[in-house]
Write a protein that binds this ligand. Structure first.
Ligand SMILES: C[S@@+](CC[C@H](N)C(=O)[O-])C[C@H]1O[C@@H](n2cnc3c(N)ncnc32)[C@H](O)[C@@H]1O
Length: 327
């Protein structure tokens, strides 16, 4: 372990532990209460695979492994995998089989990192939860001035000591059967998270909320072509927000509030632009970190709403502030 890896390991060791969890392989468990918005992991990639590659995926992963230190290589090879082709024997010791195992590890654990997909062996121990069950969110920060990019994981919700840290592997605003099919096919497990385990009637109610949220997102997107007014667009955002409260689905709220601020700015509604931007600062801060680029940019809108790139690009309209301010 390098000195930097040692420092990181010690920091994590105060927040969570990687444990064997029944039916899930390993997973991450909080060893103290974690506050909403707290940074849980900050991790540079072992390697990133770009979107376009010129050799086979197996060769590319094998080449990347050769560049790692022995500690990093064993961190990679310790990760779990699913969907190994049936003709491959992981214990044969043959290079061709080991390369196939390495590819399966990559496919089971890689997450998006800018334009590519990368391997982050500490965050790779995060298991999946749907809708209200996931409490941790990862995001990629591009490196600046020649610095390497970094993946950060923040607590979306307060996490109590002893609770499992869960992220989400997919867009979970889909019905239970579709979520289960995808997770089974892609990640080889039957999801039994707290949402997937709901009794049928409650599960159906949750599915209805999630698909309504999805439909509302589609409706909101029609504002850009002028199909709905600014007021209707912002009301749609508010409806998504309220359904999210009912469902316990809090992810993507920074972007949602920032999109409402965009609509408000386009219609020259100063107060609404500022208030939606304030809400975006709050939720980008929770999900992506108060030191994120997204927070920095939307803070500028709070301070100078008229400087928004969309300012005044549509006919003036009072679109409405977040409903929480009206109570
Ligand atoms: C990125 S890894 C997560 C860490 C993994 N559990 C381990 O032992 O290293 C993804 C794999 O974890 C398992 N997994 C993730 N979420 C799960 C869940 N909610 N229930 C059961 N297994 C899960 C599946 O085998 C999946 O292919």
């Amino acid at each position: 372990m390098t000195p930097e890896e040692n420092v990181i390991w010690k920091r994590d060791a105060g927040i969570f532990e990687v444990r064997d969890l029944p039916g899930k392989g390993k997973g991450m468990v909080a060893i103290r209460d974690i506050k909403q918005g707290e940074l849980i992991i900050r991790e540079t990639p072992l390697f990133i695979v770009p979107p376009q590659i010129s050799v086979s995926p197996t060769t590319l992963i094998a080449q990347n492994l050769l560049r790692l230190t022995p500690y990093q290589r064993s961190a990679f090879l310790n990760l779990s995998y699913v969907n190994l082709p049936p003709h491959v024997d992981p214990d044969s010791g043959l290079e061709k089989d080991l390369n196939e195992v390495a590819l399966a590890i990559f496919q089971t654990n890689a997450v998006s990192a800018g334009e590519g997909v990368g391997i982050f062996p500490r965050m790779a121990r995060l298991n999946h939860g749907c809708s209200r069950a996931f409490n941790s969110v990862y995001s990629w920060r591009e490196g600046k001035d020649g610095q390497e990019g970094v993946l950060v994981v923040h607590a979306l919700k307060e996490i109590k000591k002893g609770e499992e840290l869960l992220t989400t592997y997919m867009n979970t605003k889909q019905p239970r059967t579709q979520r289960r099919d995808y997770l089974n096919h892609q990640y080889g497990f039957q999801c039994t998270c707290s949402v997937c385990s709901l009794p049928d009637s409650e599960s159906q109610a949750s599915d209805r909320r999630l698909s309504t949220m999805s439909n509302l997102y589609s409706r909101f997107s029609t504002w850009s072509s002028g199909s709905i007014s600014g007021v209707e667009a912002v009301e749609t955002v508010q409806d998504i927000w309220d359904l999210g409260n009912e469902e316990g689905y809090w992810s993507e709220r920074g972007q949602l509030a920032s999109d409402a601020a965009y609509v408000a700015a386009a219609h020259s509604d100063l107060t609404a632009t500022q208030e939606w931007a304030r809400l975006a600062v709050e939720w980008f801060g929770i999900e992506l970190g108060s030191d994120s680029e997204q927070v920095r940019r939307i803070e500028e809108v709070v301070n100078q709403p008229r400087s928004h790139a969309a300012w005044g690009t549509r006919k003036a309209e009072k679109v409405g502030v977040p409903r929480r301010l009206l109570k």
